[in-house]
Design a protein around this ligand. Structure first.
Ligand code: ADP
Ligand code: MG
Length: 238
């Protein structure tokens, strides 16, 4: 059974058709990378999977269950989006712990989980600070920590490393890869970065203008692009 199935999803904003019958099936434990030019509908698709925006038509299944009309909290997902704000009045520790508290995770486990992700993301020294006392990159790591503290069925990452400097981005990429190998969680991950795509993905979906043009292994998409657009986008050898 697919961990996540997106079936004929359409999304319209007024008369603009942003997602045009998108269908993708992702196996449990698979790392799917979604790439495509700015404005092609990647974030709209992520929002639809997360339940942040209702779809116009089509269905979304998590572990075989139709979640199309469930709220984000009722879907077993954790997300890191560029615009996903931290709670300004809470400390970093409380921000990371909050989602666990909502899910009635016992206190001792919450403390362990916060320490585990803080160590992983190198933010242990920031746990008692408020978001306003952090840099952009630090805030992004806290947002990442908040998602990683949980163990949902599916993680959704929408360009989670885009605000980080090059060194940290490479470190974090390595950490995410290790984490995926260790936990075997299902991940959908949007990136602009071809290197990130090639190193992280089990499977790459190339999107353009609301359609999935190609879905395949990094090797297939890179070496056997379906058209000039995919070739150009992936930097395939000609
Ligand atoms: P990407 O993430 O691939 O850059 P988006 O999914 O953010 O693209 O946007 C795809 C298209 O949908 C764009 O034309 C954008 O203007 C439009 N769009 C996204 N969100 C909204 C919204 N809330 N209302 C109206 N149009 C939107
Ligand atoms: Mg986007």
């Amino acid at each position: 059974m697919a961990a996540l199935e997106i079936h004929n999803v359409r999304k319209e904003f007024g008369s603009e058709r942003v997602l045009k019958d998108v269908s993708i099936s992702i196996d449990s434990g698979e790392f799917l990378i979604l790439v495509g030019p700015s404005g092609c509908g990647k974030s709209t698709l992520m929002n639809a999977i997360a339940g942040l925006e209702p779809v116009t038509s089509g269905n979304i299944y998590i572990d075989g269950e139709d979640v199309t009309w469930r709220t984000p909290a009722e879907r077993d997902i954790a997300m890191v989006f560029q615009s996903y704000a931290l709670y300004p009045s809470m400390t970093v520790r409380q921000n990371i712990s909050f989602g666990l508290e909502m899910r009635k995770v016992p206190k001792a486990e919450r403390i362990t989980a916060v320490e585990r992700v803080a160590d992983l993301l190198q933010i242990s020294h920031l746990l008692e600070r408020k978001p306003a006392q952090l840099s952009g990159g630090q805030r992004q790591r806290v947002a990442m920590g908040r998602a990683l503290a949980r163990e949902p069925k599916v993680y959704l990452f929408d360009e989670p490393l885009s605000n980080l400097d090059a060194k940290l981005r490479v470190d974090m990429r390595t950490e995410i890869k290790k984490l995926h190998q260790r936990l075997g969680t299902t991940i959908v991950y949007v990136t602009h970065d071809q290197v990130e795509a090639m190193t992280l993905a089990d499977c790459i979906a190339v999107m353009r203008d609301g359609h999935i043009l190609q879905l395949g292994s990094p090797d297939e998409v890179y070496n056997n692009p379906v058209d000039m657009f995919v070739a150009g986008f992936m930097g395939s050898p000609s």
